[in-house]
Ligand binder design. Structure first.
Ligand code: FNR
Length: 376
């Protein structure tokens, strides 16, 4: 059985171990520009086999939360270059998560105060995060979106393509992960509850998957499949999405992705950050993987949601290649070392997840700093 702490190859990415840092939005990038503090935060976690950045907007229209970073302005790319340099200096590997939020946004965050865009004009029953004039954060309901015209979709595909190119050539990333999960734009197109279009991008599974597949083919054409990953969440209720036939939908998507030669496929099992099994939304992940492999897909298989060391080892024994950890990485910059030695984990402080400065961000102690190097 492969160990969590053995090297592995994911497409063109050679990784020093199988522990991945999951994408984690932290809302610490004022004006969407990554800061030196962010470089320190990611560098602290560089012992992960792979770091996936927090979701990063491909365009101003793709923004849905205050103080999240972007990849569409030169200052943003320069800020990310400082992050990737700091991670590479520590021997780490880092990809960025390409994000368009679709309807999970607010008019205050959109260009010209316009409505957010979506497959259909259906408001998500969910919240986004704004920063008040006094600097404090606030969760507010998302704004009513407008349905995208079919003629606008090539422009969005182009935004993904451009962001992918700049991520590699200007920002110094080792690759990108397309965010196809958690009820954001691409997932909104995939799922019936948010997509009621009657054109080529709505209705059948093939039509609902079209935008995601166009994006993936464009990104792969631009930077190569070997440095491209995708994140999917077949049954998560996050951000108010649902589909009556997730198994057929996602098996179709995975079969279509198989020929692209991706670096990895990243699957969130169950409700993101919640239960791994949803009785009302059953899903067979082994069958999903089988559909991909039978179609010739060779990407590394990455799993996420609620993993600890024992569950991660079980997943590897069952054929997963990589395990992504989210909340444990917030509170444990040296998570790999802690998992390897069986040391206790620092608990995460939820009150500092979103927004703020160094507290609850770069001040979590390593084992060495807390004098626990001899822990069990
Ligand atoms: C997240 N998650 C997340 N997912 C994603 O695809 N992009 C993102 O930017 C974020 N942001 C984010 C912020 C915070 C504070 C949390 C807690 C979660 C979901 C995350 O990647 C992961 O799927 C869940 O946390 C479940 O994994 P763990 O935490 O159980 O290992």
């Amino acid at each position: 059985m492969p160990s969590l702490f053995e090297p592995v190859r994911a497409g063109a990415l050679q990784l020093s171990n199988r522990v991945v840092m999951a994408p984690l939005t932290r809302n610490r990038a004022p004006d969407a520009v990554p800061t030196p503090l962010m470089a320190e935060y990611y560098a602290q976690r560089a012992s992960a086999g792979l770091l996936i950045t927090e979701a990063t907007a491909i365009s101003h229209q793709g923004q849905g939360y205050a103080d999240v970073p972007g990849l569409y302005g030169s200052e943003q790319l320069d800020g990310w270059k400082r992050v990737t340099d700091a991670v590479h200096a520590r021997g780490g590997r880092i990809v960025t998560q390409l994000w368009h939020v679709g309807r999970v946004s607010h008019v205050d965050l959109q260009p010209g105060g316009q409505k957010p865009v979506a497959p259909s004009a259906i408001t998500a029953q969910t919240k986004t995060y704004l920063v008040r004039a006094d600097g404090s954060g606030e969760f507010v309901p998302t704004s009513e979106p407008r349905a995208l015209e079919a003629a606008e979709l090539p422009g969005i595909v182009q935004d993904y393509r451009r962001a992918a190119r700049h991520a590699i050539t200007s920002a110094g990333f080792d690759g990108v992960e397309v965010h196809g999960a958690n009820g954001y734009l691409l997932d909104q197109f995939l799922k019936r509850s948010s997509n009621q279009r009657t054109d080529d991008y709505g209705g059948s599974i093939e039509n609902r998957a079209r935008l995601l597949l166009e994006v993936m083919r464009a990104v792969v054409e631009e930077i190569g499949g070997g440095v491209t990953g995708i994140r999917l969440s077949p049954v998560t209720p996050a951000n108010d999405v649902n589909d009556p036939q997730p198994q057929a939908l996602f098996e179709y998507v995975l079969r279509q992705l198989a020929p692209l030669g991706l670096a990895y496929v990243h699957i969130i099992e169950g409700a993101t950050g919640g239960p791994r099994e949803l009785p009302e939304r059953p899903f067979d992940y082994a069958a999903l993987k089988r559909a991909y492999r039978e179609a010739g897909g060779k990407a590394a298989w990455m799993v996420n949601n609620g993993y600890d060391r024992a569950l991660a080892e079980q997943a590897l024994a069952q054929g997963a290649d990589l395990v992504a950890f989210g909340r444990p990485f917030i509170a444990n910059p040296d998570l790999v070392e802690r998992l390897r030695t069986g040391a206790p984990l620092n608990p995460a402080d939820k009150t500092t997840f979103y927004g703020g400065g160094a507290r609850g961000y770069t001040d979590y102690p390593t084992l060495a700093a807390s004098g626990q190097t001899q822990a069990a």
